[in-house]
Each structure stands twice: as C-alpha cells, then as structure tokens.
Design a protein around this ligand. Structure first.
Ligand code: AMP
Length: 117
C-alpha cells in the first residue's frame, strides 16, 4: 500500500516511526496516543491514507465499522468493557482534527465528562 512520506500515521503504519502498537491487521493499526487524555487513549487508524472522515468514499464507509470492531476488541483486552469508553473521530479544522489521516480516538479508564464540544 502506498503511504505518504509526509504523513506521521502512514509512517507509523509502515513501521518507520515507532509506536506502542496494540493491534494490527492488513487494514487497521491501533497504538497508544503519545499524549494521552485518559488512562486508556488509543488511536485506531486505517493503513490507507484517507485524510479525514469527509474524504471517506461510500465504498470505504464500512471501514468505520471495522474500526469500531477493533475498538470493542480493545475494550475487552484493556479490561474496561464493563466500565465504558468513548470513541471520537475529529474531522477537519473546526472538528479539532490535528493529524490529516483518518483516525478514531478510543478513550477510557476514567469518568469522562458530559461536554462534547
Ligand atoms: P486529532 O487531534 O484528532 O488529529 O488527534 C491526533 C492525535 O494524534 C493526538 O491525540 C496526538 O497526541 C496523537 N499523536 C500525534 N503524533 C503521535 C505519535 N507519533 N504517536 C502517537 N500518537 C500521536
């Protein structure tokens, strides 16, 4: 798969930059966020370079379901499936997206606030 040399998540997926990798298959990787906002903060990332949720084609839409499946597996392996967790995808500038490669935040391990915005 052709990765973008200027994209940090493509470089992590290619193994060029180290990460605390928790899961990988042909389509998805998951690794711990370098700047965690919760005791469990994992990024679930497609290997394919898709710059944001807004760039996801109709054909690729099932990818988000696959990402949710990975999140549910991680919830079990992290031991927080009963306590609960939160999945977040930031999209674009006003959506708070900093890294221009589609990714889902998996947050858990503490009581998260009610405020979303
Ligand atoms: P977002 O603001 O939704 O684009 O989130 C990007 C996330 O990527 C942030 O939570 C960063 O802490 C995280 N991040 C950036 N670089 C790395 C890295 N090299 N390894 C792990 N997480 C990273």
């Amino acid at each position: 798969m052709k990765e973008r040399t200027d994209c940090i998540f493509c470089r992590i997926a290619a193994g060029e930059i180290g990460s605390d990798l928790l899961y990988q298959d042909n389509g998805i990787i998951a690794f711990r966020d370098i700047n965690p906002l919760a005791p469990t903060h994992i990024l679930i990332v497609p290997r394919k370079h898709i710059s944001s949720l807004a760039e996801l084609s109709e054909d690729e839409a099932t990818l988000t379901g696959t990402m949710v499946n990975v999140a549910n597996c991680l919830a079990r392996s992290e031991g927080i499936v009963e306590r609960g967790y939160r999945l977040v995808i930031n999209c674009g500038r006003e959506g708070g997206q900093g890294v221009a490669h589609l990714h889902m935040h998996f947050l858990g391990g503490r009581q998260l606030g009610n405020q979303l915005g």
